[in-house]
Design a protein around this ligand. Structure first.
Ligand code: HEM
Length: 421
């Protein structure tokens, strides 16, 4: 197994919680077992390459601390992880390399974030909510018309909605949507760690393809702007300074990678949770006002981004340990989401959980997910519409988990639609 070899070559034993988390395929379906093991060892655990934490309070504070910065591919990764830098060899923009939002800190981050937020407004999200509703209705009409009773709901539904939304944002014409979907599928694991070589190569192909396509697309939008957010971003400026081509491509690339598989995974995991908990589905059917809490509860239990990492900028003390500059701390968001100090009965799925929104699945601090409001709206509409139309939907078999470690979800989830409402 490529990942096991990756660690073995670097002298990292599988007993190390960090290696287990990343390399052990047995933990992919239920990583909670490893998170529990880390929790029992204390709030901050030293692994061979990085520190690890599943402590909600520690993660919350760390993400807001100026003593740490985000990981930069090609920049500040510790020795054994330098291999990830192969990603940048092709010269294609990587979502974790400058000038992407996720890889820069103030003052650049402040400027980019302000410009992107100026087009990513609450009004824009509301318009997109209507679009999602339309796409969801159309997709389900097509499923009914096809007469199919069993479908793989991930490609048939979960993947199509986020792609439609991202295409809307980026101004991708309908005829090009299939290509963007292909780039997204290949490039999405760029946010993952411990990829095997074939996965590396696929990611690189996706990033290169998308980058080349974007250059032409941005040139086209400069000539013929549409009413999409990308066209607006091209003409947005602060103190007379516009984003240059590289910055625009980096932003679009990040939106593709950050907004694509994350939402697909949340939808797949959400469907699975509801089918496995008919009592909770019944609560939603009786009281649809619970849907927005339910989506947060799904985010909490099945965090589509299981972990993120930060790098210490200087010598510092953290949870009783001394960290040197450059130390890597893996913040296991999904582990923090099950911290019993914050969430009562943390493994229980409760669509009415009062503090479900306290999850860490959108990270925190200045890099807090820019698409959070959109992702929440999109998921609520997608899931509510699916279960309104097919209240008796059930899963068939167990589905197939994605072979990724940071990203978490199903690549395939066959369902039986049941009698339509
Ligand atoms: C950042 C999760 C959907 C755009 C992030 C981060 C997380 C995350 C954890 C921060 C990573 C870190 O701090 O290291 C998610 C989840 C989603 C989702 C779970 C869906 C369920 C979206 C969507 C978009 C989006 C739909 C846009 C269309 C972004 C951007 C950033 C980001 C631009 C970088 C923000 C910055 O660095 O300032 N997301 N995301 N995300 N996300 Fe999302």
């Amino acid at each position: 197994h490529g990942v096991v070899r990756f660690f073995a070559q670097r002298g990292i034993k599988l007993g190390d919680p960090q290696a287990k988390l990343i390399a052990d395929p047995a933990t992919r379906a239920d990583p909670g077992v490893v998170y529990q093991e880390i929790r029992e060892r204390g709030p901050l655990v030293k692994g061979r390459v990085a520190y690890l934490t599943v402590d909600h309070g520690l993660i919350f504070d760390l993400l807001r601390s100026d003593d740490f910065r985000t990981v930069v591919v090609g920049g500040n990764l510790p020795g054994p992880l330098k291999v990830i830098e192969r990603h940048t060899r092709s010269g294609a923009l990587h979502p974790l390399a400058p000038p992407s939002l996720l890889s820069v800190e103030p003052p650049s981050h402040t400027r980019y974030r302000k410009l992107v937020s100026s087009v990513f407004t609450a009004r824009a999200v509301n318009t997109m909510r209507d679009d999602v509703q339309r796409v969801a209705d159309t997709l389900l009409d097509e499923l009914v018309a096809s007469g199919a009773t069993t479908v793989d709901i991930v490609p048939a539904y979960c993947a199509k909605l986020p792609v439609a939304v991202i295409s809307d944002i980026l101004g991708v014409p309908e005829s090009e949507q299939k290509r963007v979907l292909e780039f997204g599928e290949l490039a999405a694991p760029s946010l993952d760690v411990g990829l095997t070589w074939p996965q590396f190569r696929e990611v690189e192909t996706g990033l290169q393809g998308f980058d080349a396509w974007l250059s032409d697309h941005i040139a086209e939008l400069r000539k013929n702007p549409g009413d999409d957010l990308m066209s607006q971003l091209i003409s947005a400026s602060e103190d007379g300074v516009f984003l240059n081509d590289r910055e625009l491509r980096a932003t679009a690339g990040l939106v593709l990678a950050a907004g694509f598989e994350t939402t697909v995974n949340l939808l797949g995991s959400g469907i699975d949770l509801l089918v496995r908990h008919p009592d909770q589905l019944a609560r939603l059917q009786n009281d649809p006002s619970l849907w927005s809490t339910a989506v947060d509860e799904m985010l909490r239990l099945e965090s589509p981004v299981q972990m993120t990492a930060r790098v210490a900028r200087k010598d510092l003390e953290l949870a009783g340990k001394h960290l040197e500059p450059g130390s890597l701390v893996v913040c296991v968001l999904a582990g923090g989401n099950r911290d019993p100090k914050v969430f009562e009965n943390p493994d229980r799925f409760d669509v009415g959980r009062a503090n479900a929104g306290k999850h860490l699945s959108f990270s925190g601090g200045r890099h807090f997910c820019l698409g959070a409001a959109l992702a929440r709206a999109e998921s609520e509409v997608a899931l509510r519409t699916l279960f309104d139309r097919f209240p008796h939907l059930t899963t068939v078999g167990t589905g197939t988990r994605r072979d990724t470690r940071v990203l978490h979800g199903y690549s395939s989830l066959p369902v039986s639609l049941g009698e339509p409402a």
